[in-house]
Structure formats: structure tokens, C-alpha cells
Design a protein around this ligand. Structure first.
Ligand code: AMP
Length: 205
């Protein structure tokens, strides 16, 4: 079997702060953040692939599983080839994937999941508010419209929540996503640092 990348999954509803926490973790030596939402948004929206992806994301729907997994594999291979991810030395911090049980099964041969950080939602209305602000700040088309945001939550409940059951309960670390990004980060690090050390040691030694 091909090499399985040691991975941490950031799991949680849209807008809960996976991207913020993922970007912060990605600053730490030995951790590589990969967000599928960002990967999709980086595609040229005029290209056939970009147009296809946008058909789904603009409606708050999931991009089809096959396409998502294929693009993710290519993306990670690209990171390895360009020296931005070293599977022997780095923990892959996955944000936004897997987002369906099918994706979880399809990605299993490629990742060795060391832990799942479940960022738990405060309340939906607060999240919708946060997402609208983020849409303005980051010019995100998918979150500019409240109906699309609500659709994203419905998709999360129906398709993404069941993903948690795919992983052994002892892998799942629940973190309340309330407070400042730094406060949430402290709790995330409490869960992640021991896992990291157990599998990689000290990256600077
Ligand atoms: P995000 O930035 O993670 O909120 O993702 C934005 C949009 O990208 C989602 O609403 C989906 O349309 C699409 N997307 C991101 N990750 C996935 C995934 N793993 N599977 C399917 N669609 C995804």
C-alpha cells in the first residue's frame, strides 16, 4: 500500500473556526495545514474545473466525492513535490475533508488519522452572523447569501456529521469553539501536542 500520511482532522460545522485554527496550527514547525475549501477557491473560476466546482459551492452543496478526493490527492502530491509537506516529518492538518462518509472511506488508504479535533458549535444564529461578516471580509461568494449559509448547515447535518462515527471514539477530541482564536487554540493544542510528540518527537532536534 502507498504511504499513509499521518493526519489530524479538524471537524466542525461551517464557520466554527476550522480555517482559523488550521492556519494557526500550520504556523507551527512540523504541521502542514490543508483546507479543501481554499483549494477549491484557488481554482480559476473561468476554467472548466473551476466552473464545475463553483456550481456546487455557490449553492452550499458538496463538490462530488470523486472529484474532491482526486483534487485533494493531486494537491497533496504537489505539496510534497514542492517541498512544502514532508510526510515523514510533518503532521497533515486537514480542514474540510472528509465531509461525507464516502469521502472518509475513500481517504482511509491515504491517511493515518492520529486524532480528530471536533470544534463544537456555539449556536447556529451566531455562526450565520459570523459567516456573513467573513463573506464581506474575504469576498466569499458562497457565504454572501443567508439561504446558501443555511443550506451549508443542512448539508453539514445530513452528510458531514455522520463522518464522526467513522472514527474510533478515542480519536475524537471535542473542543468548545468559544472565546478568542487564541483561547480556542490553547484547547486545540492541549489535544494535539501530545499526539504530535508521540508520533514525531521534537521537530527541531
Ligand atoms: P469551506 O471553505 O471548507 O467552508 O468550503 C467551502 C465549500 O467548498 C463547501 O461549501 C463545499 O461546496 C466545498 N468543499 C470544501 N471541502 C469539501 C469537501 N471535502 N467535499 C465537498 N465539497 C467541499
Amino acid at each position: 500500500m502507498a504511504e499513509r500520511y499521518k493526519a489530524l482532522l479538524l471537524f466542525g460545522a461551517p464557520g466554527v473556526g476550522k480555517g482559523t485554527q488550521g492556519r494557526l496550527l500550520g504556523q507551527i514547525p512540523g504541521m502542514r495545514h490543508v483546507a479543501t475549501g481554499e483549494m477549491f477557491r484557488a481554482l480559476d473560476r473561468q476554467s472548466p474545473l473551476g466552473r464545475k466546482v463553483n456550481e456546487y459551492s455557490s449553492r452550499g452543496e458538496l463538490v462530488p466525492d470523486d472529484l474532491t478526493i482526486e483534487l485533494w490527492k493531486q494537491h497533496v502530491r504537489g505539496l510534497i513535490e514542492s517541498g512544502k509537506f514532508s510526510p515523514a516529518d510533518d503532521l497533515l492538518v486537514l480542514d474540510g475533508i472528509p465531509r461525507s462518509v464516502n469521502q472518509a472511506k475513500a481517504i482511509d488508504p491515504h491517511i493515518d488519522v492520529l486524532g480528530v479535533v471536533h470544534l463544537a458549535t456555539p449556536n447556529i444564529d451566531e455562526m450565520v452572523g459570523r459567516m456573513k461578516l467573513r463573506a464581506q471580509r474575504e469576498k466569499r461568494h458562497d457565504d454572501a447569501d443567508e439561504a446558501v449559509i443555511r443550506r451549508r448547515f443542512a448539508v453539514f447535518d445530513a452528510e458531514t456529521k455522520p463522518v464522526l462515527k467513522h472514527y474510533k471514539p478515542k480519536l475524537i477530541k471535542k473542543v468548545k469553539a468559544v472565546g478568542t482564536p487564541a483561547e480556542v487554540l490553547m484547547k486545540v493544542l492541549e489535544a494535539v501536542v501530545p499526539l504530535y510528540k508521540k508520533h514525531f518527537g521534537n521537530p527541531l532536534e
